[in-house]
Each structure stands twice: as structure tokens, then as C-alpha cells.
Design a protein around this ligand. Structure first.
Ligand SMILES: Nc1ncnc2c1ncn2[C@@H]1O[C@H](COP(=O)(O)OP(=O)(O)OP(=O)(O)O)[C@@H](O)[C@H]1O
Ligand SMILES: [Mg+2]
Length: 507
């Protein structure tokens, strides 16, 4: 033990004197050797060491390009290392993800980790550029610019250059998407965005708990949608092979409270995409619409809710109007032009403008996007918008059936079956009730250990009440109110007439 201590002391004394000697030589070299000679000597030393050194190295800078954007390969490498290697690093950097409460672990400055790729060993090291002092400013020019150095044996250069870097890029991208906090965007009215800030979309963190498990609908239909989404997500090569833009359109239709918005959230949660909720009524023109679409990113869902109410899309395409209507419009336009209102009117979002993004030339802008329209009145939409092939999938969200009820009962009451299920199943066949109304009856916030029977009874009561009111003949007043309501919605009741205050259905 004593011997060991002594030899350690001797070794450290030797080391100190060697370092001291080298420092003196280095200082002399820097001070007394002429610049030209120094340059030649260094170049020779570099050549010699690189000849002797069997290792090559690549450098991945954090910032690159004219606009000094963050290098995509750097971002992907950081994500890749955080997932694959950071556990092996002795020094780690921990950051809080943007808009998220997840921690991102990456390898720290000067820390080194080793990766193994098909038997090839790669050493990664993270470094920081020395900040360049900026005279006249308290800030440095190069603040926080990092880079990674990859070192590997020369004989593996082809593997690293070819497949390894592609592997890092692909994995890194996937991890970045997985780790990011998803966002819900909404468009700013044009008056609020300026050329400088370019904030056409505002966003908040997207946290919606709706998933396919919590969504009450026909299980076969649900599975079909999940399969369709999976095929879409993995379909990059397929889409490029068939020459179609990598995007998909869904039209969700059905009465209010049947789960259209919940379905959008479930899709977003399933695919882990961002949502762009496009408020068409605030978009002034087709060119503004185009800018908004260009600004959206990949892996996103662009939603236009209540498309029938968003705009009067039906009348904006040539040929969709009768001659008489067109003449009427022309004279109205003439009047407006004369009174100076034309400039404002000319600039509008038109159906053709919208269709251009669905399957026109502009549909190819960006990739991996899902476009979803929702409506309560599919019959009010322009046939051009809903013709086959335009929106890839039409999904009807309908009233609550027994299967949907079972999902809701499992979500809200945590039960799979109950003796009252038979009664409920029978009533659901006779009564049209939305999942939203069923959910309302089953809601028991904050009560633990409650008897599910209480809530099922409550549901049965509301179903029976609804059944009774559905069976009651409608009065003149009721029908007048309904006609008024439908007229406001633009729906005509054609086959219904009123006789002696009782409604007779013409069908
Ligand atoms: N199919 C469903 N599955 C699960 N919950 C549902 C379903 N439909 C409705 N709900 C419940 O009802 C609420 C309202 O549903 P949602 O907003 O999705 O309906 P909507 O079809 O979008 O209605 P609207 O046409 O008025 O926009 C949801 O928050 C959810 O709790
Ligand atoms: Mg909705």
C-alpha cells in the first residue's frame, strides 16, 4: 500500500515535470519561431498525424446556411443521441421541451458517447464554439453555437456516409416528432398579421383527451378509420409511386353533438399531428387562403368546421347558378361597382379557391397533411365539394346506438355490463339521441363509489321522455317553429304538410 503510494507520487512528479517542459517548448515555439516556419511545421505535423491517424471525423454544425437556420441534421442528431446514447454519457444537458413539460436529455459539452451501428463503432462528442468577442457590444457574436463531432475508423467511412447518417436522420426526425408538444393553431384575421411578424397562425399547446378508445361509434367503422389513418401515415412511398400528393381529405357529417370535433381530436392524438383550425369567415381572399396553407407544416390536420356556414361557397363557382340568378347577380355587381363597393367584394374566398387546395395544383404544397371538413348539413354542400374522389372519405357521425352507449358507459361509469343494459338497448333502437346527450346523463364528476345504476336510471328516464315527446303529434306552432328554424338554416321541408294542427308526413 505504502509502495503504491510512493510510486504514485513519483509518477505525478514525472507528469508535472513533463507537462511543464512541454509548456515551455510550446511557448518558445509560439514566440521565437518565425511565422512562415511555424506554418510549415504545423502543416507538416497535421499531415503526419492524419497519415498516422486511422480515424476520420465529421462535424455537424448547429447553425448553417445563409440565414443561419438551425441545421436539420444537427436537430435530428441531438434527438437521436438523446434517445440512443445520452444514458451512457457522464455529463448531460437537460432542457425543458418547448411548450411542453417533457425533459429533453442531450449529451453535455465535451462529453463523449459511443454508438454501435451494425458492428461499426462511432464516437460522438458535443462541443461549443468559442464565442467571438464583439467589440462595442456587451454581447458576443457567436453565442451558444454547438457542433457534434463524429469519429470513426477510416475503413467504415462509406457506411457512415451512406447508411449511418441516413439512419440518424430518420430516427432523429421520428423522435423529434414524438417528443414535440403538439399545437392547436388558429388563423389570425389578416389585419392582425404584418409583413415583419408574419404570424398568420396563433397557437396554443394541444391537450385534448379524446381518443379512439373514448370515441363512441360503430366499432367496425372505427377500425376502418384507424386502418385508413395507418395506411396514410405509412404511405409516403405509395403516394409518390401513384403520383398523388401525400394528403387525405375527410368529410365528417352528422347532427350536433355526435362527436365530429371529438373525432378530429382523436385523429390528432392517434397520429400525433398538430391541428390547424382554419376559420374561413375571417379569410378575405383566395390569396390569403393560399398564404395560410403555405404556412402550415407537415404532420398536421387542417380543419374547417361547419363548412356550410363558413362561407356561401355554393354560389361562387361559374355554372352552378341558373341564368336568371346570374343575371341578377351581374346587375347587383354593376350597382356595387358604381357605388365603389366592388374592390372589397372582388377579393373573396371562392369555392374554386378552396378546391384548388383539395385537389388542384396547390394541393401538392407540403406533405403529410389531412384535411377535415365538418358539417351538420351535408345536403347543403356544393356537389363539387363532396363528389367522389374529392374528399377521400365521408364519415357519418350518427345518433347513439347500443354499441356507442357501451363505450360511453365504460368511459363514464367504468362498467362493461349491467342488468339495465337490456332496457337501454331496446330504448336506443326506438329513440334518436346524440352521444352528447347520453354522456350528459352518465356524467358523475367527483363522485367516487357511486352506484352506476343511478345514472343508468337517469338515462332511461331521459330516453323515455324523449320517446314520448317524439310520439306526440306536433302542433301547428311546433311545425311553424321548425319551418322557421330550417329556413334559417337554408333547408326546405318539402314532403310535410299540416292538417288540422297535426303534421302529416308526405313520405
Ligand atoms: N361519439 C362520441 N363519443 C364520445 N363522446 C362524444 C361523442 N359525441 C359527443 N360526445 C360528447 O359530447 C361532447 C360534444 O361532442 P362534439 O363537440 O364532438 O360534437 P360535434 O359533432 O362536433 O357537435 P357540433 O356539430 O355541434 O360541433 C363531447 O365533448 C363529448 O364529451
Ligand atoms: Mg363540433
Amino acid at each position: 500500500m505504502n509502495m503504491d503510494h510512493e510510486s504514485l507520487m513519483a509518477f505525478s512528479a514525472k507528469l508535472t515535470s513533463t507537462i511543464g517542459g512541454l509548456t515551455i517548448i510550446w511557448t518558445m515555439f509560439r514566440q521565437f519561431i518565425p511565422y512562415e516556419l511555424k506554418h510549415h511545421l504545423l502543416a507538416f505535423a497535421f499531415k503526419y498525424t492524419s497519415f498516422m491517424n486511422p480515424y476520420d471525423c465529421f462535424i455537424i454544425e448547429e447553425y448553417a446556411g445563409e440565414r443561419m437556420n438551425r441545421h436539420e441534421l444537427y436537430i435530428a442528431s441531438k434527438a437521436y443521441l438523446s434517445d440512443h446514447c445520452s444514458r451512457r454519457a457522464r455529463t448531460c444537458r437537460i432542457e425543458l421541451g418547448k411548450d411542453s413539460d417533457r425533459f429533453l436529455v442531450s449529451i453535455g459539452e465535451r462529453a463523449e458517447v459511443t454508438d454501435d451501428f451494425n458492428g461499426v463503432k462511432i464516437w460522438w462528442r458535443s462541443s461549443l464554439h468559442e464565442p467571438r468577442p464583439n467589440p462595442g457590444s456587451s454581447r458576443n457574436v457567436d453565442e451558444e453555437k454547438r457542433y457534434y463531432t463524429l469519429t470513426f475508423h477510416k475503413r467504415h467511412r462509406q457506411v457512415v456516409e451512406g447508411s449511418y447518417l441516413i439512419h440518424v436522420l430518420k430516427k432523429g426526425r421520428t423522435i423529434t416528432v414524438r417528443n414535440r408538444q403538439r399545437r392547436l393553431f388558429t388563423n389570425n384575421p389578416d389585419a392582425r398579421w404584418s409583413y415583419f411578424t408574419k404570424t398568420m397562425w396563433n397557437h396554443v399547446a394541444f391537450h385534448h383527451p379524446s381518443t379512439f378508445e373514448t370515441l363512441a361509434m360503430d366499432p367496425v367503422k372505427k377500425q376502418e378509420i384507424i386502418n385508413d389513418l395507418n395506411e396514410f401515415r405509412n404511405g409516403k412511398e405509395y403516394y409518390s409511386r401513384i403520383g398523388k400528393a401525400w394528403k387525405r381529405g375527410y368529410l365528417l357529417y352528422g347532427p350536433p353533438g355526435t362527436g365530429k370535433s371529438s373525432m378530429i381530436s382523436a385523429i390528432a392524438n392517434f397520429l400525433e399531428y398538430d391541428i390547424y383550425d382554419l376559420e374561413l369567415t375571417t379569410v378575405k381572399s383566395n390569396s390569403e387562403l393560399r398564404k395560410l396553407f403555405i404556412e402550415t407544416t407537415g404532420k398536421s390536420i387542417i380543419v374547417i368546421e361547419d363548412i356550410d356556414c363558413s362561407l356561401d361557397l355554393t354560389g361562387k363557382r361559374k355554372g352552378s347558378k341558373s341564368k336568371e340568378e346570374e343575371e341578377k347577380d351581374n346587375s347587383a355587381e354593376e350597382k356595387k361597382r358604381k357605388s365603389g363597393f366592388m374592390e372589397e367584394e372582388k377579393e373573396k374566398v371562392t369555392l374554386s379557391g378552396l378546391l384548388n387546395f383539395i385537389d388542384g395544383l396547390w394541393s401538392a404544397c407540403g406533405e403529410e397533411r389531412i384535411l377535415i371538413f365538418t358539417t351538420n348539413h351535408i345536403e347543403k354542400l356544393d356537389p363539387a365539394l363532396i363528389r367522389t374522389g374529392r374528399m377521400d372519405k365521408h364519415i357519418e357521425m350518427s345518433y347513439c346506438d347500443f354499441e356507442s352507449f357501451r363505450v360511453l358507459a365504460k368511459n363514464y361509469l367504468g362498467i362493461q355490463s349491467h342488468k339495465l343494459y337490456g332496457t337501454i338497448s331496446k330504448l336506443l333502437e326506438e329513440v334518436k339521441i346524440t352521444p352528447s346527450d347520453v354522456a350528459e346523463s352518465l356524467m358523475c364528476v367527483g363522485f367516487s363509489n357511486v352506484d352506476p345504476g343511478v345514472y343508468l336510471e337517469k338515462l332511461i328516464k331521459s330516453l323515455e321522455k324523449k320517446k314520448e315527446s317524439d310520439q306526440e303529434p306536433q302542433t301547428k306552432d311546433d311545425i311553424a317553429e321548425e319551418v322557421h328554424k330550417n329556413e334559417n338554416n337554408g333547408v326546405k321541408i318539402s314532403n310535410t304538410c299540416v292538417e288540422n294542427g297535426v303534421v302529416q308526413n308526405g313520405n
